[in-house]
Design a protein around this ligand. Structure first.
Ligand code: FAD
Length: 377
């Protein structure tokens, strides 16, 4: 693609699916580039096996040669409401949305499967970064015959503009829940998780009942564009941070020009289990002053005591810096499996004590200052 038009006036047709394959090219968006890097826009995940590298690199090379752009987003009215959108759709009257694409985003050596799922809500279920959608899987609730299944919550992994940058979609990052008999080690499909399997098996065009948006704890505070945000995730807990980071580094949002520090700690089993790694690596390359990214790969790396490397070991490694940043008002976020919290809290408590501080007092203060954000499940 030759660039005869100045970049600021140019539009590029992009597939909305992760891999550019025809299966996920349900909708093609016209995206105009105005400021910075296209690298991170298209750098999604090379582990999607059918990734259309030729198409991707053609667009990227041309744009990078001309300028590094941020993506224009619409409609900007999504910036306007002062009140957080909350529970626009409830379980009794859910919104029927449509699946746009479902992509496996982990490599072959990852234990388990995680999918990136784009849902078209046609602009009818607006949300802010850090909120969740509820999903009601089809079928009958086994505990209440005749009634629908209970709602399952999923953190939204896109910004309010969605992966198509037009405010019409929301993306989820869903781990397929499987059940293995503890005695035989055999998988028992009759006990597989209902909703996660429904979502991971969904096909473009399928209908999905959604509720929400819900949650305020993980909203991104935007009053200070120079603030520090320390984001700690295990597995799919990375979902809300993908939204934050796209808003900070990928999208051209006139009312939010981030110029602070964003520091992501991501804990997963091995390198094949990393989620959105290329997207994050792109920010590291394009915004080295504003982004830090540390990974803990429990099955591939050892901590300093020779044990498995968990996210709390990374926190310990950087504890001095983290405590200083917290003392200077940094926000700290935790998202992912419930089991991550005790280990992290123990580490923070030990570090506080080594520094001669009371962790209980510090935690109370962080909560009071609204610096402490936890959403674990
Ligand atoms: P369910 O059908 O509810 O089953 C739950 C578990 O029980 C499964 O592991 C299943 O295998 C097991 N099970 C089923 N039957 C039996 C049995 N007879 N005996 C023993 N075990 C059994 N998840 C994500 O993947 N991504 C997210 O971003 C995400 N965000 C969340 C945000 C919030 C605020 C909350 C509260 C939760 C979030 N979750 C997220 C978790 C999600 O809501 C679901 O709990 C998860 O997907 C499992 O739901 P399911 O319907 O697949 O499993």
């Amino acid at each position: 693609m030759a660039l005869s038009t100045p970049l600021s006036q140019m539009s590029v047709a992009l597939p909305t699916g992760l891999d550019g394959s025809s299966r996920s090219m349900i909708k093609v968006q016209s995206v105009s580039f105005t400021e910075k890097s296209c690298g991170s826009l298209l750098r999604l995940d090379s582990k999607s096996r059918s990734f259309n590298v030729k198409q991707r690199s053609t667009i990227c090379m041309s744009l990078q040669q001309a300028s590094r752009s941020k993506v224009s987003v619409t409609p900007l009215e999504l910036e306007a409401p002062k009140e957080t959108p909350l529970n626009l759709y409830r379980p009794k009257e859910p919104y029927t949305a449509t699946i746009v694409s479902v992509e496996r985003i982990v490599g072959p050596q990852a234990p388990g499967e995680t999918c990136h799922i784009v849902i078209d809500h046609d602009g009818n279920v607006p949300y802010w970064e850090g909120q969740s959608y509820g999903v009601i899987p089809p079928g009958e609730n086994p505990k209440k015959p005749g009634a629908p299944h209970n709602v399952r919550l999923y953190s939204i992994a896109s910004t309010r503009y969605g992966d198509s940058f037009d405010g019409k979609t929301a993306s989820l990052c869903v781990r397929r829940a499987l059940y293995y008999d503890p005695e035989t080690g055999e998988e028992d499909p009759s006990k597989a998780g209902v909703c996660s399997n429904f979502l991971c098996n969904a096909k473009p065009g399928d209908k999905v009942q959604i509720t929400g948006p819900s949650g305020k704890v993980m909203l991104l505070p935007e009053d200070d564009p120079k603030a520090t945000h320390i984001m700690i995730a295990t597995g799919t807990g990375v979902a809300p941070y993908r939204g934050y980071l796209r808003r900070m580094f990928m999208e051209n949002v006139p009312s939010f020009k981030f110029d602070g520090l964003s520091w992501l700690f991501l804990g997963v089993a091995n390198s094949d289990s990393l989620l959105y790694d290329e997207e994050f690596a792109g920010y590291l390359k394009d915004y080295p002053e504003n982004f830090r990214y540390d990974k803990a790969l429990s099955r591939e790396e050892k901590n300093k005591k020779g044990g498995k490397m968990y996210v709390q070991d990374k926190i310990e490694e950087y504890s001095d810096e983290i405590f200083k940043l917290l003392d200077n008002g940094a926000h700290i976020y935790f998202c992912g499996l419930k089991g991550m919290m005790p280990g992290i809290q123990d580490t923070l408590k030990r570090v506080a004590e080594e520094r001669g501080e009371s962790w209980e007092q510090k935690l109370t203060q962080l909560r009071k200052n609204k610096q402490w954000h936890v959403e674990v499940y």
